[in-house]
Design a protein around this ligand. Structure first.
Ligand code: FE2
Length: 333
């Protein structure tokens, strides 16, 4: 049986094109983590979200300042792993072309070190304290452990304006931010709807259009091993282009709310259009798991006196996301 209180375990198999590293360090939280608290955190209210909109979210937390996550030994080990994965990064041309310049999604399939870091209970507990809601490693391996590299063509942004398809994610700098010019990480200080309106889009990704300078905040990273946490589905953000060729690597571990019957804003319908190997099955596991948790939770609350209409609505709520996902798979248009 599945445990709805812990992250969904990784699939037993892995995509053939993802090559596991033959040699790598062994993750040890006591050696590689150096968790500190952010100085400041901002709420969805600070970004202009209404009480009604916030009530639909798992937490009013929006994003934090960068805080230390890795020890110097953790930075060295993580750099070694991410550099080793570079030659096996995802195809970012042809069918793999997207807004990201150069990246490795599903990096936890390639590296046990990375998977164990993203799965670390210490990390999840620390981030839960910052977000004000219980978080666990995301159940979709493609996004649970992602790496972003600088594109070869530095005239391209590292990542253009977008909101994420996952509830929560950390953006952690792995290379020394004082050693390159440009490549800043920026947040739009407004709601998702405002961002979409200004970018002239109705989806999640807005190309390289400019947002008003006065509404943009740059997140400072003091050193490698620092990262910040964000409720990514609610914040437009980007990583600017580099001004000169340099190594810029960020690790993006993603998280979802636990237990699994709680609110989930994972945008499986958007991710169903990605071409990563195995992603359709990964998303199906996620949606089936979360719907099972909602049904189990509902089963525990049904009373003999419940009104038919209310029961119908509760059942519909529990399976609505799963049905929408199945519809999307059967009719991708
Ligand atoms: Fe993002």
């Amino acid at each position: 049986m599945f445990d709805f209180h812990a992250p969904l375990r990784f699939p037993d198999a892995q995509p053939e094109s993802y090559l596991p590293l033959s040699e790598e360090p062994v993750f040890d939280p006591a050696v590689h983590l150096a968790l500190e608290h952010p100085g400041l955190s901002y709420s969805l209210t600070d970004l202009g979200y209404s009480k009604t909109e916030i009530a639909r979210c798992a937490t009013p937390f929006a994003y934090s300042e960068a805080f230390r996550i890795l020890s110097p030994a953790g930075v060295a080990a993580m750099q070694e792993v991410c550099e080793a994965i570079y030659s096996n990064r995802n195809e970012s041309t042809g069918t793999g072309a997207n807004r990201l310049g150069s990246y490795a999604r599903g990096a936890g399939y390639r590296s046990r070190f990375l998977r164990d870091f993203c799965d670390s209970v210490e990390l999840a507990e620390h981030l839960s304290g910052i977000a004000g809601v219980r978080l666990g490693r995301h159940s979709v391996p493609a996004v649970a452990c992602g790496i972003n590299y600088a594109p070869d063509d530095i005239s391209r942004a590292v990542d253009t304006w977008h909101v994420d398809s996952v509830n929560f994610d950390v953006v952690m700098m792995l290379t020394d931010p004082n050693q390159f010019r440009g490549g800043e990480f920026q947040i739009f200080k407004g709601t998702r709807e405002e961002g979409q309106k200004l970018l002239g889009i109705d989806g999640e990704e807005g190309g390289s259009a400019q947002l008003p300078e006065a509404r943009i905040e740059t997140i400072p990273f003091p050193a490698a091993g620092y990262g910040f946490l964000q409720q990514g589905t609610h914040i437009f953000h980007r990583a600017c282009r580099l001004l000169e060729k340099a190594q810029r690597i960020t690790l993006i571990p993603s998280f979802e709310v636990l237990p699994a019957h709680e609110q989930d804003s994972t945008n499986a319908l958007n991710m169903a259009e990605w071409t990563d190997p195995g992603i359709t099955a990964e998303l199906a596991r996620h949606e089936v798991w979360r719907a099972s948790a909602r049904l189990e939770n509902l089963l525990g609350t049904i009373q003999l006196t419940d009104e038919p209409e209310a029961l119908g609505a509760s059942i519909r709520d529990a399976v609505e996301r799963l049905r929408a996902f199945a519809d999307k798979l059967e009719d991708p248009r």
